[in-house]
Design a protein around this ligand. Structure first.
Ligand code: SF4
Length: 336
């Protein structure tokens, strides 16, 4: 079994390698304890840490634990777990990929144990839609839109991108985030798998262990609209003020409302939330009408940090604030 496949078990060539090895699900569960343990570890670490835990020193165990982990996730069949597990696998693969690209550049050599950008693009079937121009990459709008649906930061929204002949230009680091979503979608796409009854019977101990973890926590997908936990301090403060029924002055209300329109996907929920928490529903409705088009897309982004400071609304700055110039950049910095 190749190291490359253990690092990137979602690749078609890795699946072929597992099939060629004569992998048998039932006998693996019955006789290969290290693989079963590593499969369980992948899932428990995904739940707890958002990663799949340290690689096993044995390449075969590492690779075979991937299909077994997918079997376990399929048996639990909880959308939140499937999402969180697939995300953890994709982020680990992307971290390997960034190291591989760095090593290729540093060592000026291509090793079969390292994944190339071309192979990854081929695997995700986007080779024709992503073209490199020096340090930047041009992505077709369709591919871009299909990837960003899982990215929480509003700065990815199309309204904030410059379109050039049906393409969007992104930097290398942005491309890697988008490809991470591509891997995530690929890993998640065929879950849950159909699992033989016999395997389910043999995996009862592992299933109990997973349930004991997930029954304790909220497994709602973490991606999607920006959660309030990831709001920048200025917006969290404005939200608190509005929830205390304080009447915000027009610039502050503009800032908060435009931030919510830019980061939350459901305009009606945003409106309901604000009006339910304020004595001034008509003012909020008219501000929202002004800031979004009829489909709820933002017409104006929220003000920059410099403007927020000028309004006196830049409060409770933290370490992340030292590294950004716009409140919309806050959540992705906090996620990274
Ligand atoms: S630095 Fe920017 S993001 Fe941070 S609190 Fe001030 S305005 Fe908000």
């Amino acid at each position: 079994m190749e190291i490359l496949h253990a690092k990137y078990p979602f690749l078609s060539s890795a699946k072929e390698s597992v099939a060629d090895s004569g992998f048998d699900l039932i006998s693996t569960i019955q006789t290969n304890k290290p693989t079963v343990n590593r499969a369980l570890e992948r899932i428990l670490c995904a739940i707890e840490e958002g990663s799949i835990g340290p690689e096993h020193r044995n390449t075969t165990v590492e690779l075979l634990s991937y299909p077994l982990a997918r079997i376990l996730v399929s048996l639990v069949n909880e959308p939140g777990l499937t999402h969180r597990y697939s995300w953890a696998e994709s982020q680990t693969a992307m971290s390997h990929f960034k190291n591989d690209i760095e090593d290729d550049t540093k060592l000026k050599s291509i090793s079969p144990a390292r994944l190339s950008l071309k192979t990854l693009l081929d695997e995700l079937q986007v080779t024709k839609n992503i073209v490199q121009h020096g340090d930047t990459f041009s992505i077709s709008v369709e591919t871009y839109l299909s990837f960003i649906s899982y990215l929480p930061d509003a700065s990815w929204k199309l309204v904030f991108q410059a379109l050039s002949q049906g393409n969007i230009n992104v930097e290398e680091s942005e491309l890697y985030k988008l490809l991470g979503v591509g891997i995530f979608r690929q890993i998640k796409s065929d879950l849950p798998l159909k699992v033989p009854k016999e395997a389910e019977k043999l995996l009862q101990t592992q299933l109990k262990s997973i349930h004991s973890y997930i029954d304790e926590i909220d497994l709602e997908p973490e991606l999607g609209p920006v959660s309030i936990d990831f709001f920048p301090p200025c917006m969290a403060h404005l939200l608190q003020r509005i929830e205390s029924n304080e009447r915000l002055n027009p610039p502050s209300l503009f800032s908060l409302t435009s931030f919510l329109i830019s980061t939350q996907t459901n305009p009606q929920e945003t409106l309901d939330y604000l009006t339910n928490n304020s004595f001034h529903p008509s003012l909020i409705q008219s501000t929202m009408d002004y800031l979004q088009d009829k489909d709820g897309a933002p017409l104006y982004p929220p003000p920059s940090c410099a403007t927020m400071q000028a309004y006196g609304d830049c409060v409770n700055m933290d370490e992340i604030c030292q590294t950004i110039s716009h409140p919309l950049q806050y959540s992705s910095k906090k996620h990274s």
